[in-house]
Design a protein. Structure first.
Length: 95
């Protein structure tokens, strides 16, 4: 059941991307759906596309790290997790 919902969401979002290819929201949400399906290579591809549009998209960075971890690219995942931690600390110091 859940797999079907992810597939439906991906299909709808791909329609949006056809009209708005630079929608970071659509690319990121497709990446999240692929994570939900445990399709980590596809999730990584979508997250990287999102990051090509906006390199500071923290949700896409998190998906990228998560996907790399599950694809056994542990060193790369660790580097991104550290980057996310630094971003989080920087944001806290602003508040």
């Amino acid at each position: 059941m859940a797999q079907e919902k992810y597939d439906e969401a991906i299909a709808l979002l791909q329609d949006i991307i056809e009209e708005q290819p630079y929608s970071t929201s659509a690319w990121n949400t497709i990446a999240e759906a692929h994570v939900g399906k445990s399709n980590f290579m596809e999730a990584l591809d979508c997250a990287e596309y999102c990051l090509a549009i906006n390199p500071e998209h923290t949700q896409a960075l998190m998906i990228k790290a998560h996907s790399l971890f599950h694809l056994n690219h542990l060193e790369q995942a660790h580097e991104i997790y550290q980057e996310l931690q630094e971003i989080s600390l920087d944001r806290k110091s602003v508040v």
